[in-house]
Design a protein. Structure first.
Length: 429
C-alpha cells in the first residue's frame, strides 16, 4: 500500500510541472481553433494507429473509451508515464525547414474500486499551439506597396490546453460496460502579431496580442460490449460520445503602436486594451465506434471511426477556418508466445497500425488531411506484468497545393506501464 501512496504523491507533486511543460514543435496549422488536438493514445494503442474504442485490456490504460476501465483485475494497480519526441519537416514552395522536440505525453494511474467498478486518474495534453512564422514583403512581391516600402510580419503562437481527468467504468454484466470521463480543461493560448516597416521611421510599427485563458469541465461517455465467439475468439465493440461543450474562457487583448523618436527613443502607444472575463468557447460533440477481435492472447485486430462537427465551434462568438472532421484508424497486435520463458523475443508484443484523417482545418478551399503509419513493441519486464512500450509513427499533414504547407513528421514515443497489486498484504517469515 505504501508504494501506491508514493505513486499518488508523485502525481500530485509533478502535475503542475507537467502541465506547464506542455509544448509541441513548430506547426503553422496550430494557429487555428484551439491548436493541434492531441492524441488520447497511451503506450499500447499509439503503435496500433491509435485504436481505442473497442480496446479492452486489463494490463493497459485506455481513456479514449472510459468503459474499458472496468477491465481491471480486482487487485491490480497500474501506473503509466509516457514521453514523445517529434521531428517535423515543413515545406512551402521552395522553402523547407525542420524542427525537433521532446515532451511529456501522459501520466495516469488506474485501479479497481469494486469487482465491477474501475477508475483512472491522470493528466494529458488536450491541445498544443506553437508556431513562429516570419513573412516579408519586398519590392517585386505582389503585395509590395512603394508608399510603405519593405514590410516584416511576424506571427507567434504558444501555449496549450491540458486535461486532468477522472475516468470511471461500471461493468453491468459479464458482457456490457459503461463509463464516463470527468475532465477539467485548463491552459492558456497566446497569439502575437507584429508588423514592422523596414524603411519608414515615420510609420508606426504595431503589435497585437490575444491571450485566451481556459478553465472548465467536460464530460465524455463510452460503452463496450464483449462477446466470446467460437475457436477462442473474443469480439469487443465500443462506442464513445460527448455532447457540445461550453467552456468558460477569459480573453485579454492588447494592441500597441511602437513609436520611434529621438527623445526618449522607443515608446509604445496603446491602441486598445480590454479584457473579457465572461467569454466562452464552444467545442463540438464527438461520436465514434470501433471494435477489436482477439484470438486468445496471440492476435488482435481492431479499427475505429469517429467524427466531430467543428463547423459548429465558436470562439468568443466567432467562427474560424474549421470544417467537420472525421478519422479512421486500424491496428494489429501479435504475441508469439507469452508463456515462453526461454526465448524473450516470443514474449514481445509486435504492433502495427495506421490512420487517415480529414482534419478540422479548411484553408484556401482545401480540407487539410493527415495520414500515417505506426509500429511498435511492447517489451514485458521479466517476473511481472509491467511492460515498456515503444512506438514510432511516420505521417504527413497538409499539401503544397494552393500555396499551403506540407508537414512530414516522425514521432517516437516511450511509455512505462507498471503493474502492481492493490490491497495485497505482504507475507513475512
Amino acid at each position: 500500500m505504501l508504494r501506491k501512496v508514493q505513486y499518488l504523491f508523485f502525481i500530485i507533486l509533478f502535475l503542475p510541472h507537467l502541465a506547464a511543460g506542455q509544448a509541441d514543435n513548430n506547426s503553422p496549422y496550430s494557429r487555428f481553433g484551439i491548436g493541434d488536438i492531441a492524441h488520447h493514445s497511451f503506450g499500447k494503442n499509439r503503435a496500433l494507429g491509435g485504436i481505442s474504442f473497442g480496446l479492452r485490456d486489463p494490463n493497459a490504460i485506455v481513456i479514449a473509451n472510459p468503459a474499458s476501465l472496468s477491465a481491471r483485475d480486482t487487485m491490480s494497480f497500474l501506473f503509466e508515464f509516457g514521453v514523445i519526441g517529434k521531428s517535423t519537416e515543413l515545406s512551402s514552395g521552395n522553402l523547407t525547414d525542420r524542427f525537433d522536440d521532446i515532451n511529456f505525453n501522459h501520466l495516469a494511474i488506474a485501479f479497481p474500486i469494486t469487482k465491477r467498478l474501475g477508475t483512472s486518474i491522470g493528466i494529458i495534453p488536450y491541445s498544443n499551439q506553437n508556431y513562429n512564422i516570419i513573412s516579408t514583403i519586398r519590392e517585386g512581391d505582389i503585395l509590395y506597396n512603394p508608399a510603405t516600402g519593405d514590410l516584416d510580419c511576424k506571427y507567434i503562437g504558444e501555449g496549450g490546453i491540458n486535461q486532468f481527468f477522472i475516468g470511471n467504468a461500471l461493468k453491468l454484466n459479464k458482457n456490457l460496460s459503461v463509463g464516463f470521463n470527468f475532465s477539467y480543461l485548463f491552459g492558456t493560448l497566446e497569439r502575437i502579431r507584429t508588423l514592422s516597416f523596414v524603411d519608414r521611421y515615420d510609420f508606426y510599427n504595431s503589435k497585437y496580442s490575444d491571450k485566451t485563458i481556459i478553465g472548465d469541465i467536460k464530460f465524455d461517455w463510452g460503452l463496450q460490449y464483449t462477446a466470446n465467439l467460437k475457436h477462442d475468439l473474443e469480439l469487443t465493440v465500443g462506442a464513445i460520445f460527448s455532447s457540445n461543450t461550453k467552456l468558460s474562457a477569459k480573453q485579454e487583448v492588447l494592441q500597441e503602436n511602437i513609436v520611434y523618436s529621438v527623445d526618449p527613443g522607443i515608446y509604445t502607444d496603446t491602441v486598445q486594451n480590454y479584457t473579457d472575463d465572461n467569454g466562452h468557447i464552444f467545442l463540438p460533440g464527438k461520436i465514434g465506434a470501433g471494435f477489436t477481435l482477439k484470438k486468445g492472447d496471440k492476435l488482435m485486430i481492431g479499427a475505429d471511426y469517429y467524427s466531430q462537427n467543428w463547423s459548429d465551434a465558436r470562439f468568443f462568438g466567432k467562427s474560424d477556418s474549421l470544417k467537420n472532421a472525421n478519422t479512421i484508424r486500424g491496428g494489429i497486435e501479435f504475441l508469439p508466445n507469452s508463456r515462453d520463458l526461454r526465448n524473450y523475443l516470443n514474449s514481445i508484443h509486435y504492433r502495427i497500425g495506421g490512420h487517415y484523417s480529414n482534419t478540422y482545418l479548411q484553408l484556401s478551399g482545401e480540407q487539410i488531411t493527415d495520414f500515417g503509419i505506426s509500429f511498435g513493441l511492447g517489451l514485458p519486464l521479466r517476473g511481472s506484468k509491467s511492460i515498456f512500450n515503444i512506438a514510432f509513427e511516420l505521417g504527413q499533414r497538409g499539401t503544397l497545393d494552393k500555396n499551403l504547407i506540407k508537414e512530414k513528421y516522425g514521432i517516437l514515443s516511450f511509455s512505462l506501464t507498471l503493474y502492481d497489486f492493490w490491497f495485497l498484504k505482504p507475507k513475512f517469515d
